[in-house]
Design a protein around this ligand. Sequence first.
Ligand code: PEP
Ligand code: MG
Length: 707
Amino acid sequence: MKTSEGLTGLVIEQKGVVNIKNAPSHPRYKYFRETKEERFHSFLGIPLFERKAPVGVIVVQTREPRGFTPAEISTLSTIAYQISSIVINAKLLDFISKKEEERAFFQQELERMRSAGVIKEGPATGARKKGKIPVTLVGTAASPGSCRGKVYILNRRDNRGESDLDEVLPAEEEQKRFLIALEKVKIQTLYMEKRVAQTLSKEDAAIFHTHLMILEDRGYSGKVLELIDCDYGAVRAIREVTDHYVLAFSTMEDPYLRQRSADMEDIGRRLVDSLEGSDRSRPRLKEKRIIVAEEILPSDMATLDHDKILGIVTEKGDVNSHSSIMAKSLGIPAVLAIEGLLKKIGVKDEVIVDGTSGHVYINPDERVKVEYERLQRDYGVKRREMEGLRDLPAVTTDGVTVHLRANIGLLSDVRIALAHGAEGVGLYRTEFPYMARKSFPDRHDQYRLYRKILEGFAPLPVSIRTLDIGGDKGLPYFTYPKEDNPFMGWRSIRVSLERRDIFIEQLAAVLMASPHGKASLMFPMVSGVDEIRAIKEIITEVKEELTREGHPFNPEMRLGIMVEIPAAVQTADILIKEVDYFSIGTNDLIQYTLAADRNNPKVKKYYDPFHPAVLHSIKRVADVANRAGKQVSICGEMAADPMAAVLLLGMGISDLSLSAPSIPVVKQVIRQISRAQAVEIAEKALGMESCVEIRDYLEGVRKKLEL
Ligand code: PEP
Ligand code: MG
């Protein structure tokens, strides 16, 4: 049976649980008479997969029709998780033992490499000499903020060879050293597995199982011992064998095995470090340093002392990588994806990292240092000034209160939002926790997370937005159809309404968490009233299910929609009757109104929040909500621009949700102006014909009122 056939194939295709009460009536049901498979009625399929690759399915069938309970699904998912790693490790060991059979070939290969000069026989090259020439590098700005300091280099490739041929002891002793190092690294691996499971998650810790299997594999250690027998020192033998495996893995067709090359490198490096006494497995930062690495590995994440990391700079990785998610949540400036970084940086270098612009200055000259110090000073002054505003209300000079709430995505944002004086959350982007995982979290995982967020802000409100994937926000374990126009395609609420299994899990989780704070539910990308009605029907079903199961929830939880499609603007008067509030998502509303991709720098000049079409759309939506006596807020980036905030207030919007660090700046302007002035400014701007005219006018107002 192909994976495109049958219900089991469906589990693989969907990369998710398939739970069907009456399987024979399902269009994908396929019966093979020749297998003499027993007839069954109900089907439950749970995928086994590691990272992105499905590796199998556990299937449970029953003769009698029955629905599988969430508790059964959750138990089987836990079993599936355990089995996945066994299947993967078996595959890996199988591969390694096949390699064992290629021993003869391996020996030949070694000879060939030696004669081709690929294997270094000469003395160590020593540390690369570096002049103190200023170098500026540009990478991906992954976590904002800046820092200056000395570096701590992880994964230094150019360290390699330093002690290769230093004093090779007699083979027996070298073998003893290797075996001791092997035991030490196994113990460290167990320690790291435990620590990662505690600090990150069980899934993140799973990789250390694989490391242990490799360390315990006789094929690997046998080859090292063999080379030591040929008078290679232990260090060099480890490197040669590791390199060989890395090369073999990295050319494999199977993507899972290809990825294992990084694990082989990690293991080899830790063995060498253990032999050399430089315990990289537990890098201890004596003082604060900027971490420079090819990439941040799971083992680094587990063991680095976060308080001593000034900044992070890497050769690989992107904004969704583990390292940048971690850096952002810890408030550590980070710049990623700088090609050739490790060749350009040395241990003695001094570095300035600007995680906001993505610049890294190596041995900066005086001019840059002075400029950086000035920036830091200004930043410090500004921060103190802003800290003074934290507990003051955002009230206009004529006594109108504006609510400034935070846009958040991660649990660690709670602390940051509260520190900036956020009055709750106007937009909780739930796709971020989904992105940091390896599979869809079930309702219980989500419940625990939402509960923490709600409790973190209670009694302040938190508007939880359902999954807004698609467009530019992908999930590593979810396959999308290939689309010519993904932003106009199958995304956001459209995915939720079709993948009801995923949607129901999320709705149930939010409802279950609702008694723990002031939650409301918000739906992205709504284009018409039918979607809202469909959503409400599903919510009713979920509520009934929770009632049946005896789960408490808030039956009165408010429902809102994001207004971010022109169709929703045009039909706002119809939509408002169905919901408790509107939240205008200007990021998308601008791109759809002006037909200018929000991520395409080529059309940046067309993507203008001050375009009259955008302003009139916002005004129309605000008027509709205000007339209906319902709440209307803004949660797009536009709200973080102080002059835009004045304009929005003047259009009747007194609820803004923005990234937490921008709250104090907006609050400062609100406290300097009256609503009457804001209304006048908005009326003038709405009477203008072009973006340029509106921008010039607002700039004039800002200068005149010294805002
Ligand atoms: C928006 O579109 O304005 C919005 C807030 O949502 P996102 O940026 O997550 O699409
Ligand atoms: Mg949006």
